[in-house]
Design a protein. Structure first.
Length: 557
């Protein structure tokens, strides 16, 4: 293997390549989400790692839903996860499985451990079980149930399955080592009683396996060669290995990598669910959320997220990635694919007094200078236009290269104009700007000899399309919202994370926009059409600005 190739491999690829040389015949990974919420950007990294590794080495990836907690799970979450993975560009083909597919087999595994004297039924309270487990520095002590006979444990476990006992009356625990320095090995709970309706098995089961028992055994049942997960499961690995060894089943092996931690973000489904249920966001797909459905609604592309995951890389060391890297990744992709259009978010009218009142010109303006095949579109130009209010100053400073009395400026794709005058209302607000144009200064055929240092975007008043624009920013104002355990993370919510502009205008070509399209509003940022849009009211979401302005804003505070 050449040196350059070796240096480009991440540690998982290095392991796989060595194993392939040692005789590994097939790489088989899986992505095992719990269907109790929507996937977020952290899951995207795991998806890219699992599917990407298998794709690179000609292997397979299963999609398996670890649906062992019926209280929190729903088919809505199953469908959203399926949609997110497909949207990212990955395909599990016919390999979609559920832990609930294996409930009978998992029960038989547990019964086998009972028969071997390696599992017992314990009716102790949760508080008593926790107390008897001890602490990391103090060994645990057995509860009275630990000395039960195999026959009695078998009888009680079978009756648990039959539904004879109420919720919480007893649990099945593995009998391992109460003195182990690893707390996960101190007789962990394998099954609990739960009379709850399951989204796939209905009311067939009265007991449900705990995640730590179901997860590893499901990997083994599916003969997953490489069970890849994040570092918080590293201490669980000895428990998974213990179950596999005691049951004598397929030795699926676990490998851990650092999870994705992102600044100005929370990456916990429990906390994200709080934001949804408490109405602090508009739902799981709110464009401010780090969920894949939220990012998709905001206008992020699958390519940008996959590129971001690649930039972050796969490592063993935990760190925090700056959110600006994700924003850079989407800017980089949208710069290549987004159509350039004109939209005015804070309009003031510009009247070109020497332009014919009844005349409308159709100007050919390029769709994307980064794409030579993108072509041009026709944009109507008239006597009355909207420009941005911030592009005019009554008394501009020397380095203000936009519009002011006596100044020239070029209108994008059109003519150079000269500001002659302006009108103000009683409050002193500028309501109208008057100027003249140089007929020989049209873009692409300028023979006027007139100079202009600035270029402004604009929209024709008669054909302007009124739209609502939603300007999204970071959901949290603190870089690390969970850094202070004494403070509720919700107190760091950014009050300016959403600003709604109802007075914006865009060029008429956007009337045919779809939610699949991406646009750069010239000089304003990248935008997409929101699903809330109707034929009578189009709504556009800002995906990201043209540059990272967050650091600058924070420095001003």
């Amino acid at each position: 293997m050449d040196k350059e190739k070796t240096e480009s491999l991440n540690f998982l690829e290095t392991i796989v390549e060595a194993e392939l040389q040692d005789g590994l015949t097939e790489l088989h990974t899986r992505f095992p989400p719990e269907p109790n919420g929507y996937l977020h950007i952290g899951h995207a990294k795991s998806i890219c790692v699992n599917f990407g590794l298998a794709e690179k080495y000609g292997g397979k990836t299963n999609l398996r839903f670890d649906d062992t907690n019926p209280v929190a799970e729903d088919t809505e979450f199953v469908e959203s996860i399926q949609n997110d993975i497909r949207w990212l560009g990955f395909d599990w083909e016919d390999r979609e499985f559920y832990a609930s597919d294996y409930f009978e087999q998992l029960y038989q595994f547990a019964l086998r451990l009972v028969e071997k004297g390696l599992a017992y039924v314990d009716e102790s309270t949760p508080e008593s079980i926790a107390e008897h487990k001890g602490s990391p520095t103090v060994p645990g002590t057995p509860t009275p149930a630990r000395s039960r006979s195999v026959a009695e444990n078998r009888d009680l476990f079978q009756r648990m399955r039959a539904g004879e006992f109420p919720d919480g009356a007893m649990v099945l625990r593995a009998k391992i080592d109460l003195a182990s320095p690893n707390m996960h090995l101190r007789d962990p709970i394998m099954y609990r009683i739960l009379h709850a309706h399951h989204h796939r098995t209905g009311d067939a089961w009265k007991i449900y396996p705990m995640y730590d028992f179901a997860h590893g055994q499901s990997d083994s049942i599916e003969q997953i060669s490489h069970s890849i997960c994040t570092l918080e499961f590293e201490n669980h690995r000895p428990l998974y290995n213990w179950f596999i060894e005691q049951l004598g089943i397929f030795p699926s092996r676990q490998f851990e990598f650092a999870r994705l931690n992102l600044s100005y973000t929370v990456m916990s489904k429990r906390r994200l669910k709080q934001l949804v249920t408490e109405g602090l966001v508009r739902g799981w797909d709110d464009p401010r959320m780090p969920t894949l459905s939220g990012l998709r609604r905001r206008g992020y592309t699958p390519v940008s997220i996959r590129n971001f995951a690649k930039r972050v890389g796969v490592a063993r060391r935990e760190n925090v990635i700056d959110l600006s890297l994700l924003e850079f990744s989407v800017r980089e992709d949208l710069n290549k694919v987004a159509s350039r259009v004109m939209g005015v978010l804070d309009p003031v009218k510009l009247v070109i007094t020497n332009y014919p009142e009844a005349q409308t010109e159709q100007l050919a303006i390029e769709n994307n200078p980064e794409d030579p095949d993108a072509g041009h579109r026709e944009v109507p130009f008239t006597r009355e236009l909207y420009i941005e209010r911030a592009d005019f100053m009554e008394d501009p400073p020397k380095k203000f290269f936009r519009l002011g009395p006596g100044r020239n400026v070029r209108l994008k794709g059109a003519y150079i104009i000269h500001c002659e005058d302006y009108v103000k209302d009683e409050s002193g607000l500028v309501t109208e700007i008057h100027g003249t144009y140089y007929p020989d200064s049209r873009s692409g055929s300028d023979t006027s000899g007139v100079k202009a240092k600035g270029t402004l975007h604009w929209v024709s008043v008669p054909t302007a399309l009124p739209v609502e624009v939603r300007l999204y920013d970071r959901l949290f104002s603190a870089e690390f919202p969970l850094a202070d355990p004494e403070r509720d993370f919700k107190t760091f919510l950014n009050p300016d994370s959403l600003q709604i502009v109802k007075t914006a205008y865009v060029e008429p070509s956007l009337r045919s926009a779809t939610t699949e399209d991406h646009f750069q509003f010239i000089r304003k940022g990248y935008f997409c059409l929101d699903p809330d849009s109707t034929a009578d009211q189009l709504v556009f979401n800002r995906t990201v600005g043209l540059r990272d302005s967050w650091a600058k804003k924070q420095n001003k505070r």
